[in-house]
Design a protein around this ligand. Structure first.
Ligand SMILES: CN1c2c(nc(N)[nH]c2=O)NC[C@@H]1CNc1ccc(C(=O)N[C@@H](CCC(=O)N[C@@H](CCC(=O)N[C@@H](CCC(=O)O)C(=O)O)C(=O)O)C(=O)O)cc1
Ligand SMILES: N[C@@H](CCS)C(=O)O
Ligand SMILES: [Zn+2]
Length: 771
């Protein structure tokens, strides 16, 4: 039986972030929809052809999206909230982007005086949240009881036909109906989204029938919910949904795709579904293969996710073959563990990387190549790929033995570290008294979260510096000018605790990684975070240490310009870890402890330089939670310990802030309390301070800055709105423990909005003090 190679999804943004450029140009009214759609079609064509050239036999379609594939699924199902004014028929691009980004006037509308009421202007975007435990964000489907669904987009079919017209037979990808519903939310309390399943499945049935009629042999149907803790209702929903889909399109074979973990106790459910193929993530859960082989019905095609779709390490192909060769004779497909959306596109462009490190890596394109080698070895024997296998083994061997990955000093320091390293000298009440004496801040102190707008100007100057077109002196002078402006403006605005603005940072993780040993960086290794926004996650390949202070000079410069306290600003160890590609040759906790020590050194240096307040951002601590509850305690134990290591080197009177911008804290309140920060700023503006109930219920002792300005929207909240939020907060917590701040950093906003919103925020704080 021939072993084939499949991909489950390919990066969408393009080798030169062509999609980002096209989207942002269209949004700015600088180009028409045709140009955007043309770029999108060219990117799809390139991706299909490229995957084929690289050796993929089964190539996905409908994995592309102009913004987000969960949003595309909502659009396919006509699940478009009433606010967006859709009245049936094809969904316009303006409606689609209004759902994604909030309603804005189009270029035409901005300049027109026709007096017509413009559809979505001013309507907020749909909620966005993290896609499982990745740094990709999806738009949360919004449901109401009794909601109806209708086939509102032919995208799946269109893209299947588009590929076919280019001579490429694809396997269309759909997010499965049960995962789709479980990823959504309803404003109605106690609403169960699975009650909508029959209506949703009816639309899926239409889509599958249409694909079958068009000639599709297979469809890939993603049910990542199968790797979560599911209750009986969800399992029974899966049975019902797939029975109905099989009945509707019996001729179309379904590859049920699971990823980001193992099936665990959901295995029996998955194996009982009337599907013809099952994809397993054998990188995160290699142990499940034995059970699946033992229990899978004959004839079920197994798709084995053996190449890591979530990380960038080159595989040891000979070692993988040891495991795969015994499966010869069974119908198997080899695939990455999940969609390649989460890794950069192509390593060959990274010519500036250290040659050794580069030889240990594999990006999306190289991963398909690795799968092709494995398939060839299984189909034709190892001798057919001797050279490739030897190169893979040599790289694995070189990485294991490399002196670049070990630093005995770091390892010795960690071994010597006792429990005191993760403990502040005194308890919170003693620290709080010392900090109050030192800082003498007013009631309801005002501050911001750290970054100010990363304007096109700032990015272009940095790009010029990176390319060598601007020397260090000129670049530093520019950054100083921006910082000074920000400090003077904050003083005028009347903020109590200032920030330097983070103008020198390309990204809150990348900036630190670039200054730590054991990290490598790509030039083009962009990974989509949401919509047109991308990040270049650092690669942690070796032991981590901090050769020199990373932020002290910028803090000191900012503080030299004002008598008000300027917060020292660092990214926390868990966030650096969770937003990087992490070495896979030691436990993540061990790598995180090394980063924690490096950040601790920075925090101590900031204190020594005179910083009275230091913020350690842990935006990604919550999202790093394992997908299964059973694994939470172990993760939280080391994650909290690492934060505490980074924060505990300072004196009582030095105030440690932390910031977390995702609001689902209810189930990890104990861990948040154990972080033992003096002040925490959190996202709450959109949930009307509901979150504070969880802090109260847990008896959280320290100070809290519940965000009163939702920075994810360009809208400027007025004083009354922020005052109402503060009043709501003060009804839940004593005023002496409240801070007044936005939800998150202001890097994605423009200066006019920021200035107007912060002026209102200061007025709201003053009104609260007076009250
Ligand atoms: C808080 N968030 C973050 C996450 N992950 C991170 N690693 N960092 C985060 O801040 N995850 C959760 C959220 C996600 N939110 C965002 C928000 C905004 C962005 C974003 O704006 N990304 C930028 C790229 C940022 C960056 O690396 N900038 C560099 C390079 C800038 C650049 O593109 N330069 C151009 C040339 C300059 C020009 O002409 O404009 C080039 O290199 O070609 C920098 O500023 O130096 C984006 O553009 O997408 C991401 C996640
Ligand atoms: N200090 C960072 C935190 C973002 S989560 C910022 O302000 O952008
Ligand atoms: Zn934030």
């Amino acid at each position: 039986m021939t072993v084939t190679v499949a991909t489950l999804g390919f990066p969408r943004i393009g080798p030169r972030r062509e999609l980002k450029t096209a989207l942002e140009s269209y949004w700015a009214g600088k180009s028409h929809a045709e140009a955007l759609l043309g770029t999108a079609a060219a990117l799809r064509a390139r991706a299909w052809a490229w995957q084929r050239e690289l050796g993929a036999d089964i190539i996905p379609s409908n994995d592309f999206s102009l913004y987000d594939h969960v949003l595309d699924t909502s659009v396919m199902l006509g699940a478009i909230p009433a606010a967006y004014g859709w009245r049936g028929g094809p969904v316009e691009l303006t409606t689609y982007f209004a759902m994604a980004r909030g309603g804005r006037p189009t270029a035409h509308e901005e300049s027109c005086d026709c007096g017509a009421k413009h559809g979505t202007e001013g309507v907020p975007a749909m909620e966005m949240t993290k896609w499982f435990d990745t740094n990709y964000h999806y738009l949360v489907p919004e449901f109401a009881s009794g909601q109806s669904f209708t086939l509102a987009s032919t995208k799946v079919l269109d893209e299947y036909r588009e590929a076919k017209a280019l001579g490429i037979e694809t396997r269309p990808v759909l997010l499965g109906p049960v995962s789709y519903l479980l990823l959504g939310k309803s404003k109605d309390a106690d609403f169960d989204p699975l009650t909508l399943l029959p209506n949703v499945v009816a639309v899926y049935a239409q889509v599958l029938q249409a694909l079958a009629a068009e000639g599709a042999q297979w469809a890939q149907i993603d049910e990542p919910c199968l790797v979560l803790d599911l209750d009986d209702a969800a399992r029974s929903a899966l049975h019902g949904a797939y029975a109905a889909l099989h009945e509707a399109a019996p001729g179309l074979r379904l590859m049920l795709t699971t990823y980001f973990g193992g099936l665990g106790e959901n295995l029996a459910t998955a194996l009982a579904l009337p599907v013809q193929g099952l994809h397993l993530d054998l990188v995160r859960a290699p142990e499940q293969l034995g059970a699946v082989l033992a229990k899978a019905p004959t004839g079920l095609v197994l798709s084995l996710g053996v190449i890591d779709g979530r990380n960038i390490w080159r595989a040891d192909l000979a070692a993988l073959l040891e495991k795969l060769e015994p499966l010869k004779g069974r119908e198997i497909v080899l695939a990455p563990s999940c969609s390649l959306l989460h890794v950069p596109l192509d390593l060959t462009r990274e010519t500036a990387l250290d040659a050794d490190v580069r030889s240990w890596l594999s990006f999306a394109a190289q991963k398909i190549g690795e799968l092709a080698v494995l398939a060839k070895a299984l189909n034709e024997g190892r001798e057919a790929v001797t050279v490739e296998l030897a190169a893979s083994s040599a790289a694995a061997e070189a990485r294991r033995g490399s002196r670049k990955i070990t630093d005995p000093t770091v390892q010795a320091r960690l071994l010597a570290a006792g429990p005191d390293l993760a403990r502040r000298a005194s308890s919170f009440p003693i620290r709080q008294a010392a900090q109050r004496r030192k800082l003498a801040l007013p009631l309801y102190p005002t501050t911001t979260i750290g970054s100010f707008p990363q304007t096109a100007d700032v990015r272009q100057v940095r790009a010029a510096h990176d390319k060598g077109e601007l020397d260090d002196v000129a670049y530093e002078a520019f950054l100083k000018q921006e910082t000074a402006r920000a400090i003077h403006w904050q003083e005028e605005a009347g903020l109590d605790v200032l920030v330097h603005g983070e103008f020198e940072r390309n990204d809150m993780v990348q900036y630190f990684g670039e200054r730590l040993t054991g990290f490598a960086f790509t030039k083009h290794g962009w990974v989509q975070s949401y919509g047109s926004r991308c990040v270049r996650p650092p690669i942690i390949y070796g032991d981590v240490s901090r050769p020199a202070p990373m932020t002290v000079a910028w803090w000191a410069y900012a503080q030299s310009l004002t008598a008000k306290p300027v917060k020292g600003m660092v990214t926390g160890p868990v966030t650096i870890l969770n937003w990087s590609f992490v070495r896979d040759d030691q436990p993540r906790a061990a790598t995180c402890r090394q980063i924690a020590l490096a950040i601790r050194d920075e925090v101590v240096d900031l204190e020594e330089a005179g910083a009275a307040i230091i913020q350690i951002d842990e935006a990604a601590l919550r999202e790093g939670l394992p997908l299964r509850h059973a694994d939470w305690a172990a993760y939280l134990a080391w994650a909290v310990e690492c934060f505490r290591i980074s924060a505990s080197g300072v004196r009582d009177e030095t105030q440690i802030h932390t910031h977390m911008c995702y609001s689902e804290f209810n189930d990890i309140m104990a861990a948040i309390g154990n972080m033992d920060a003096d002040v925490i700023s959190i996202e709450t503006a959109r949930s009307q301070m509901e979150l504070l109930d969880a802090f109260n219920a847990y008896r959280y002792p320290a100070e809290i800055g519940p965000g009163v300005y939702d920075i994810h929207s360009p809208r400027v909240p007025d004083v009354a709105e922020m005052s109402a939020l503060l009043t709501a907060a003060a009804a839940k917590l004593p005023a002496e423990r409240l801070w007044v701040n936005p939800d998150c950093g202001l890097k994605t906003r423009g200066w006019p909005e920021v200035k107007a919103a912060i002026a209102n925020l200061v007025l709201a704080a003053k009104a609260a003090r007076a009250a």
